[in-house]
Design a protein around this ligand. Structure first.
Ligand SMILES: N[C@@H](CCC(=O)N[C@@H](CS)C(=O)NCC(=O)O)C(=O)O
Length: 246
């Protein structure tokens, strides 16, 4: 199966961690969504990553992809068993995807890392400070109340909800913000346990191939990191503005 999307996206990272956990093979087309070509618009009408392509099956949205993978390959589940736990896991995933995604990606990683490099737009430092000083701390206060004292949210096995929380916070870390263990001890220790999982740690090992490598060397760097890079790409040479920002 093919996954379209850069492994630096938190939503792609979540899917790659699940594929690793389940022991599934995949090829990666590591495009940044802003560099998607016209074919990418057909594949992903919101021009978002990740997209899963398996033969004639195309699935958009990381939550939908994760649930598909859990149903199609149930041996190592990422959703807990009971209906109550499943509903809780889905809600924490939704909170992470939308609220943490909004703060960590759109309000921090995008203006600090993506916009200056891709769109040559200077960062709004006052807006970024509001996110790191007020908005993210408030969100992590909410997370801290739910963070498990040991293990993971639903026991000894990692779930979609654990991964969903860790993934956007990884982008905040790349942009220079991590939860202070003195204020959020449970969250900080829980994130460390997730980071130590082989399925997740492997996704982090792909990052230098994107973040510290020129565009023309990324394919080789990813392959050196153990990624099967797809022959054909949905990438283009020039960036387009996000639908979100139009
Ligand atoms: N709800 C979607 C969100 C995906 C998403 O926003 N991906 C970002 C990359 S981190 C993207 O493709 N942004 C490009 C855009 O919105 O133009 C999911 O879970 O897959």
């Amino acid at each position: 199966m093919l996954i379209v999307g850069s492994p630096v996206s938190p939503y792609v990272r979540k899917i790659l961690a699940i594929l690793h956990l389940k022991g599934l093979d995949y090829e990666l087309d590591p495009i940044t969504p802003f560099y998607g070509n016209d074919e990418f618009s057909k594949l992903s009408p919101l021009r978002r990553i990740p997209v899963l392509v398996d033969g004639d099956l195309v699935i958009n949205d990381s939550t939908v992809i994760a649930e598909y993978l859990d149903e199609a390959y149930p041996d190592v589940p990422v959703l807990p068993k009971g209906p109550r736990e499943r509903a809780q896991a889905r809600w924490i995933e939704e909170y992470a995807d939308s609220r943490l995604g909004d703060l960590c990606i759109w309000s921090l990683f995008f203006p600090k890392i993506v916009a200056p490099h891709v769109f040559k737009r200077p960062p709004d430092e006052a807006a970024i400070a509001k996110v790191t000083d007020t908005d993210l701390p408030e969100a992590i206060d909410w997370i801290e109340e739910r963070a498990p004292a040991g293990g993971f949210l639903f026991g000894d096995a990692v779930s979609i909800a654990d991964l969903a929380v860790a993934c956007p916070l990884r982008n905040a870390a790349i942009a220079g913000w991590t939860p202070d263990p003195a204020r959020w001890p449970r969250t900080a220790a829980w994130l460390d346990r997730i980071a130590a999982l082989p399925c997740y740690a492997r996704t982090l090992s792909f990052e230098p191939a994107i973040l510290a490598t020129r565009a023309d060397g990324r394919r080789a760097a990813l392959e050196a990191a153990g990624v099967k890079v797809a022959e054909q790409s949905f990438g283009a040479d020039n960036p387009r503005a996000s639908i979100m920002l139009r």
